[in-house]
Design a protein around this ligand. Structure first.
Ligand SMILES: [Zn+2]
Length: 441
């Protein structure tokens, strides 16, 4: 057992605010807080059988075998995880959380074969969501955001990254980031803000993309930084969106203002986004469907995290997914995210884990590592979340399955029994058990 051994000496038990006991598997994912896990380490989950953990003041104070923990701790709040699997809360490393409207009709166009970039080129896609988001009030966007965070939490996500990028004017980008900030203050979820003013060239700048890059660099980034509204700066580096030179200019300006670089790289074409991310020392490069081997090797050398978004690739419907196995072989740390946005409407990281297993051939263990500690590194939170270790936030999920291999294997349903956020039980399916089974009248 780690933590608190000395206190048991006189037989007086220490009070914990919460105990989770008897877990069939307690998946700690311990030991990866300093550096993201790579290669074979991604298989190491640090599983404790008949595991238990103790929580005090929102933090984990002990982790170990159940008999060892209950010898030392008592609590009025005990979760019996007998037959269940306990994991760190999921970290969703890439979302476009704040937007108004929806695009289900464009989904049908995609089903019939129109491509994402064709829809964007015709003023749809991101640009349509921009029109609707500009019109929406802060209150409306706030309500939508909170509803989405509730759904994410219900599915076991306890930390989420959120990008701006549907404003594309200084005023509207600030509005979105203020909604993110407010959501982080109000909602149980931890929300990590990223500035993505370079998400698309807005209609009013279609004739002068350089003018828009100038606006992002000279006006938006300084204002965002001055107001402390973002930690990361991201760019949609893609053919017909922002090129390599523009991406460099924007990320440099962000870096100069203290915003750490991230990049949407090689999603729909091989533009050299992976190479740029490595060259630039980006924290992460995301998507990477078309990256070259040289680009991926360079990312491995520089420790740039690959944030893979299989649900986004799934919704693009062209049958292509990032080559996660090659990345893992090269030593690139792999993380996962939903890419929740109006063209990829999924809040559920369990489904993303399943997609990672089915389409990218990750094992359940690799996908869990990617969705917890490595995702925490990708959003700058590995010191406080992403594993079940003493001193970290008590962000814990209890799944109604006997072992971790059910993640990926059982898909399309919510396996969450309980979600504990900062030591507080915020989702409890067990409490609703009396409603089941639902019988004929
Ligand atoms: Zn994205």
């Amino acid at each position: 057992m780690i933590g608190a051994q000395k206190r048991s000496k006189h037989g007086v038990k220490e009070n914990a605010d919460l105990l989770i006991v008897n877990a069939n598997e307690l998946v700690t994912v311990e030991g990866g807080s300093q550096k993201p896990r790579t290669g074979a380490q991604m298989q190491e989950l640090g599983i404790i059988r008949n595991g238990s953990l103790a929580v005090k003041d929102g933090k984990i104070v002990a982790v170990g075998k159940t008999p060892d923990i209950i010898r030392v701790f008592k609590s009025e709040n005990v979760i019996n995880a007998n037959g269940k699997t306990v994991l760190p809360g999921f970290v969703d490393a890439h979302t476009h959380l704040v937007f108004a409207g929806s695009r289900e009709d464009e989904f049908h166009m995609r089903v019939e074969g129109t491509s994402y970039l064709e829809i964007l080129g015709a003023g749809g896609g991101i640009l349509r969501t921009v029109r609707e988001t500009r019109k929406a009030s802060v209150e409306k966007l706030g309500d939508l955001t909170v509803e989405r965070l509730d759904v994410m939490l219900e599915h076991g996500t306890t930390t989420v990254e959120a990008k701006s990028g549907y404003g594309l004017t200084t005023k509207d980008e600030l509005k979105i980031l203020e909604v993110v900030q407010r959501a982080n203050q109000l909602h149980a979820m931890d929300v990590v803000p990223t500035f993505l003013g370079a998400h698309a060239i807005p209609l009013e700048y279609q004739g002068s993309p350089q003018g828009y890059v100038g606006l992002v660099v000279d006006e938006m980034i300084p204002k965002v930084a001055e107001k402390g509204l973002a930690e990361f700066c991201d760019v949609f580096c893609e053919k017909g969106v922002f090129g390599l030179e523009q991406t460099r200019r924007i990320l440099s300006a962000g870096k100069g203002s203290g915003l750490k670089p991230k990049v949407h790289a090689d999603e729909m074409s091989q533009l050299g986004g992976a190479e740029l991310a490595a060259d630039f020392g980006a924290v992460s490069a995301d998507h990477l469907l078309f990256s070259s081997d040289e680009g991926l090797r360079a990312m491995a050398d520089k420790g740039v995290i690959a944030v893979l978004l299989p649900a986004a690739a799934f919704s693009l419907m062209n049958g292509r997914f990032a080559d996660a196995k090659v990345m893992i072989n090269f030593g690139v740390p792999v993380a996962l995210g939903t890419d929740f946005n109006p063209s990829c409407m999924v809040e559920n990281m369990q489904l993303v884990v399943a997609f990672a297993c089915h389409f990218m051939k990750l094992t359940s263990a690799e996908a869990i590592t990617a969705a917890t500690i490595n995702a925490a590194h990708a959003v700058g939170r590995a010191g406080e979340v992403g594993s079940l270790e003493v001193g970290k936030k008590a962000d814990v999920i209890v799944l109604d399955v006997p072992n971790h291999k059910f993640l990926g294997y059982s898909f399309g349903v919510n396996l969450v029994d309980k979600v504990v956020k900062n030591g507080r039980v915020v989702i409890d399916k067990e409490a609703r058990k009396s409603e089941f089974p639902i019988l004929k009248e």
